[in-house]
Design a protein around this ligand. Structure first.
Ligand code: COA
Length: 170
């Protein structure tokens, strides 16, 4: 069972460990910490049991005006291809419904087949490419978007067995 819950400061060491292997360039500790406390941000982690290690992955989606932007999603290398990202993505998209965010945008490295496959599965469509957008290594970005009517169907939502809303007061 994959459990999705709001990220806490105590999760940061494991988040950073996953991020440093998975994302280039990784975010700083300060940037991740700030994201935990933003009210317009959905920052969630996946694990097998609530509040117990190990942490399998995380997602950050921020509301921006009337829309939203998927900023980060990563899964521990040892836990990939088991539906963890599906569950994280479904929870993040549920948040966008609750927050009434309209179109969700994201950027992804052109050669990142796993991420592009994940995004397409969840209803994202390619908008354009941005030449040499990324550094270390230099690579084009694909800009993708998912509008409210880009419906995501299937058993993905069923994979969520628990979702705490990102209410840092509770
Ligand atoms: C992209 C990533 C988050 C996917 O995580 P995951 O937990 O392995 O993904 P899931 O098992 O939930 O798979 C969901 C869907 O993603 C796609 N996918 C995942 N891995 C894939 C791969 N290696 N090749 C092609 N498609 C893939 C498939 O569409 C899959 O659906 P399916 O199983 O029905 O075919 C993971 O590979 C990762 O952390 N990569 C490094 C970080 C990264 O690139 N993040 C995105 C940019 S910020």
């Amino acid at each position: 069972m994959i459990v999705i819950e709001a990220a806490a400061e105590s999760d940061l060491p494991q988040i950073i460990e996953i991020e440093q292997e998975a994302i280039a360039p990784p975010w700083t500790h300060g940037a991740l910490l700030g994201e935990i406390y933003r009210e317009d941000s959905f920052f969630a982690v996946a694990r097998l049991d609530p509040r117990s290690p190990p942490l399998l992955g995380f997602v950050i989606l921020r509301r921006m005006g009337d829309d939203g932007e998927l900023l980060q999603i990563a899964v521990d290398k040892a836990a990939r291809r088991r539906g963890v990202a599906d569950s994280l993505m479904a929870a993040a998209l549920e948040f966008t419904k609750e927050a009434s965010a309209g179109t969700i945008f994201l950027e992804v490295r052109k050669t990142n087949e796993a991420a592009v496959g994940l995004y397409k599965k969840h209803g994202f469509k390619t908008v354009r490419t941005r030449k040499d957008y990324y550094s270390s290594p230099v690579e084009d970005a694909i800009v993708m978007k998912r509008t409210r009517k880009d419906y995501c169907s299937g058993p993905v939502e069923d994979a969520i067995v628990m979702k705490r809303s990102v209410d840092h007061g509770s």
